[in-house]
Design a protein. Structure first.
Length: 82
């Protein structure tokens, strides 16, 4: 986990075979992303696509990303950008 902490956000949960994850989804992700483990609302864990920890600070410094976790939802961000 990055030192900036954590946030609760809306997500989507999919049940798929490991072979699909390994052979199709992971290879298609940009190099800045990786598979990580997140905690769900009920306390269980799930695999998730997350930004590599080493990428957070450089991207924040460059202005190429911004933290929108306070909105709690990607769709809310899109709506707020109008």
């Amino acid at each position: 986990m990055h030192e900036s902490g954590s946030a609760s956000v809306v997500g989507e949960l999919y049940d798929l075979p490991l072979k699909i994850l390994r052979d199709h989804l992971v290879p298609a992700e940009p190099a800045e992303l990786e598979i990580g483990v997140i905690e769900l609302e009920d306390g269980s864990a799930a695999l998730a696509t997350v930004l590599r920890d080493a990428m957070v600070d450089p991207l924040i410094r460059s202005g190429d990303i911004r933290d929108i976790s306070y909105l709690g939802d990607w769709r809310e961000f899109l709506h707020s950008e109008g």
